[in-house]
Design a protein around this ligand. Structure first.
Ligand code: ZN
Length: 275
């Protein structure tokens, strides 16, 4: 079986930076392409109702540009709820995964000012992700690979993406581009399809190398705050690095190296924390 490895919406995909580096830039581009599309359609003459649909979609993009953080968080909560419905969630009674995750996250319901909720998706994929509303999803494939402290460090890293605003910025880009895509489809509202599309974007979010480094540092700080073994943050990254280029590593690994370098950086960081 080909295992798809993409921790943290691609723990390793740090070199493909285009998606989330500049929210404003993407917004302006999406907006102008929508406006152009709406204008050109006026000339090439569709039916009135078609034009209305396009204008309504363009209005959605204007709304997307001005969507508040709170509104965006409500959207990501909707997206995660939809993903929970379509993925195999480990039931609360499941000892191997669900109960283990409950044990590991016992004191994290309100962590660093964030309200968090956790679930396990049963799949061989080695992955975990967090969304701006504070939902954290851990894949059973990752839980099989890592010990308790290593998993805690990945969870800390994911919390970092939320706390540091990366997840929100990513959601804004995803929402914006998906609203823009609606122009072509002339669909209205955020139906199941749009939510699924957004979910796909959020799971495959590409964070920048700088954002990953920041979250790595946050993860180490998280481990320190909770008095867990700091070296677990490094060993988790080494385990993931070892999968690079392997059969189970998937395409992401071959095209986006970096886990080893990050493990080295975490090693140095931990050394300074111990002083
Ligand atoms: Zn990350």
């Amino acid at each position: 079986m080909n295992r798809h490895v993409a921790v943290c919406s691609s723990l390793f995909a740090t070199l493909l930076l285009s998606a989330c580096l500049s929210t404003e830039g993407d917004g302006a581009a999406a907006l102008s392409s929508v406006v152009e599309s709406a204008q050109s359609e006026d000339v090439s003459a569709g039916t009135d109702s078609k034009n209305e649909a396009r204008l309504s979609a363009a209005t959605d993009v204007f709304k997307a540009v001005s969507i508040s953080d709170t509104e965006l968080q409500a959207v990501t909560l909707q997206v995660v709820t939809e993903m929970d419905n379509t993925n195999q969630v480990a039931p609360a009674t499941d000892k191997k995964y669900a109960k283990r995750l409950v044990r590991l996250t016992r004191n994290l319901a309100n962590e660093d000012g964030l309200e968090l909720n956790f679930k396990v998706y049963i799949t061989d994929e080695i992955n975990a992700f967090a969304t701006a509303d504070g939902s954290i999803r851990v894949y059973s494939g990752l839980m099989d690979l890592l010990d308790d402290n290593e998993l805690r460090s990945v969870i800390g890293h994911e919390i970092g993406h939320v706390k540091l605003g990366h997840s929100l910025a990513e959601a804004r880009t995803a929402y914006l581009t998906s609203a823009a895509a609606k122009v072509a489809a002339s669909e209205g509202g955020l139906g199941a399809k749009a939510l699924a599309e957004l979910g796909e974007k959020l799971i495959n979010a590409q964070f920048s190398q700088a954002q990953e480094s920041e979250s790595d540092a946050y993860g180490v700080e998280f481990m320190k705050r909770h008095k867990h073994k700091l070296s677990a943050a490094e060993s988790a990254m080494r385990k993931l690095a070892n999968l690079e280029g392997s059969e189970s590593g998937s395409k992401l690994f071959s095209s986006h190296p970096g886990a080893k370098e990050r493990a080295d950086k975490i090693h140095e960081l931990i050394a300074t924390k111990k002083k």
